[in-house]
Design a binder for this molecule. Structure first.
Ligand code: AMP
Length: 300
């Protein structure tokens, strides 16, 4: 366990404890530190892969506001990457991240190495049924199994009362909710709104990897979702899918991987509007080599 002296801007007093933001690298060290808070208050947890931006920080700020102790993990989890190149080029900058977190009332940063999280290969296979066979599950085989492996290990280490996840990763949120129920984790899963750049592009650690012309083209993704939402007032899901596909056929900078309109609970494709269930239009787009996802919710 290290104390980040230059970055330890955060000081809070809880139950007589003077708290500086602390960086912890071992599960044992984390459990030791959190034992006091487990007995005396609520622990909030934000799992991340680092390269933090305002989207992540919105989760951290909310977590710090709603709990006596806030824990943020920073770990680029290899088992959720189905593409080795994506894993290798994933941005990493712990020092910068720590500076940002010290300004958001974070208490503990858990940044373990691979040996700490996977001392032996994790052979567990989770089954989320249909949730993992559509959209991200279909195009990134094994992705959600890797997500469940790491999030379950992190939940075991942190034992949070509340865990904060962004709606940016809409399907991941559904998978985590199911995991918490199926495996009896006594944790409240808190969904948090998508934070966007001024031009509408959903914030993502991968945005920093975009070539300038792809970055200029990328706001088209959110605009196409807004257009889909507008169309949903007069057209069927099938007609909207067709229109969106046509839009991307004309776009030379972006390549559509999928566009689906799904029921918020089942994640099944919506065939007809009109039953007043909430549904979400989900999209995955390649901007060059960089894959971006986004979504928008509307009433069916
Ligand atoms: P990541 O580091 O990409 O694994 O993301 C960590 C958490 O931050 C996940 O729960 C994401 O859904 C959430 N997140 C990422 N980008 C955004 C965003 N633009 N707005 C809100 N939450 C986000």
């Amino acid at each position: 366990m290290k104390i980040i002296k230059p970055l330890a801007l955060k000081m809070s007093i809880f139950a007589g404890h003077l708290q500086l933001m602390q960086l912890i690298e071992s599960i044992h060290g984390l459990k030791e530190k959190l034992a006091f808070y487990k007995k005396n208050g609520k622990i909030g947890f934000v799992p991340t892969m680092g390269a933090l931006h305002k989207g992540h920080l919105s989760l951290v700020n909310r977590c710090a506001e709603e709990n006596q102790c806030s824990v943020v993990s920073i770990y680029v989890n290899p088992t959720q990457f189905n593409d080795k190149n994506d894993l290798n080029r994933y941005p990493r900058n712990l020092e910068l991240d720590l500076g940002l977190l010290a300004n958001c009332n974070c208490d503990f940063v858990f940044a373990p190495g691979d040996d700490e999280m996977y001392p032996v290969p994790d052979m567990r296979k989770f089954n989320f049924g249909l949730l993992e066979t559509v959209m991200e599950g279909k195009f990134r085989p094994g992705h959600f199994n890797g997500v469940a492996q790491i999030v379950s290990k992190l939940f075991d280490a942190v034992q949070p009362d509340r865990a904060y996840f962004g709606l940016k990763d809409f399907q991941q949120l559904a998978v985590i909710k199911k995991m918490a129920i199926d495996y009896n984790y006594p944790v409240e899963i808190v969904p948090c709104d998508i934070v966007r750049e001024a031009d509408g592009l959903a914030m993502s650690s991968r945005n920093a990897l975009l070539e300038p012309e792809k970055r200029n083209a990328a706001p088209f993704i959110y605009n196409s979702l807004l257009f889909a939402s507008e169309l949903s007032k007069t057209k069927s899901p099938g007609e909207i899918k067709q229109e969106i596909n046509m839009l991307y056929q004309k776009n030379t900078e972006l390549e559509l991987e999928y566009f689906e309109i799904v029921d918020n609970n089942s994640l099944l494709p919506v065939e007809h509007f009109g039953n007043k269930n909430l549904c979400t239009a989900c999209i995955a787009v390649f901007a060059g080599k960089i894959r971006l996802i986004d979504n928008i919710q509307f009433n069916s």
